[in-house]
Design a protein around this ligand. Structure first.
Ligand SMILES: [Zn+2]
Length: 238
């Protein structure tokens, strides 16, 4: 029963995070205008706003103009719901649960934004890094407590060096994001998650080349792989 409640709340929050992740980089307000179809501007009715389910029973299309709705919406909603349920299962009612939810929320928003716009907005990083840092350094510390600071500084410097070497292959958003990932995971977790993200990114890149979908020059956002690697290491190590 509790799992269902956490899952439903997760879907609702995930819906908000996904919409906000798609609106913020486009300099749109999070609250206004109300959700509408991007093609025919049909205002979404309350029953069109039910996370995931409305997407499924509308077969992924707008009920008025039949244009395809981006699968990013149900994917983001579902992703956060799954992460919320997993966090609740693993950590129960603890301070680490707060850290896990903040971290998951930030990574869902960043993935959505990076997939759509190839950008990791500073505002998202700022909004989440402050409370994550507070929780990590006070009520839910790593052992030893300075591991968070070491991971954060290490992650920033490592990605900064990689960005310089790759000459723009990695963006400033990736570098700043890694300071937060290091804060959350500590130094060794940060290194491990970077390895995981690189392997995932490489696999996706190779798969893309083989399927001929991406040319060699096509830019692939690295944020989603950072998010996947970081969550993998975080939950596997919990
Ligand atoms: Zn429409």
């Amino acid at each position: 029963m509790e799992t269902i409640i956490v899952g439903v709340i997760g879907l609702l929050i995930g819906s908000f995070l996904t919409a906000a992740g798609l609106r913020l980089p486009a300099k749109q307000s999070i609250v206004y205008p109300p959700s509408a179809c991007p093609f025919c501007s049909a205002r979404l009715r309350p029953w069109n706003l039910v996370p995931v389910f409305s997407y499924v029973w509308q077969f992924g299309r707008c009920t008025r103009c039949r244009e395809r709705i981006s699968p990013i919406y149900p994917a983001g909603e579902l992703a956060f719901a799954v992460l919320a349920v997993a966090s609740y299962y693993i950590f129960g009612w603890s301070m680490e649960l707060a850290a896990a939810l903040l971290f998951s929320a930030m990574l869902v928003m960043i993935t959505v934004s990076d997939l759509r716009y190839m950008v990791i907005p500073d505002r998202i990083l700022l909004v989440f890094s402050v409370p994550i840092a507070l929780v990590r350094l006070t009520v839910a510390p790593l052992d030893p407590w300075w591991d968070a600071a070491a991971g954060s500084a290490g992650g920033f410097l490592l990605l900064f060096a990689a960005a310089v070497v790759s000459r723009g292959g990695l963006g400033g958003g990736d570098v700043k994001l890694y300071a937060v990932v290091g804060l959350m995971l500590g130094f060794s977790g940060m290194l491990l998650s970077l390895a995981a993200a690189s392997i995932l990114g490489l696999c996706a890149g190779l798969a893309g080349v083989f399927m001929n979908k991406w040319g060699r020059k096509t830019e692939i956002p690295f944020g989603p792989f950072i998010a996947a690697g970081a969550l993998l290491v975080y939950f596997a190590g919990a």
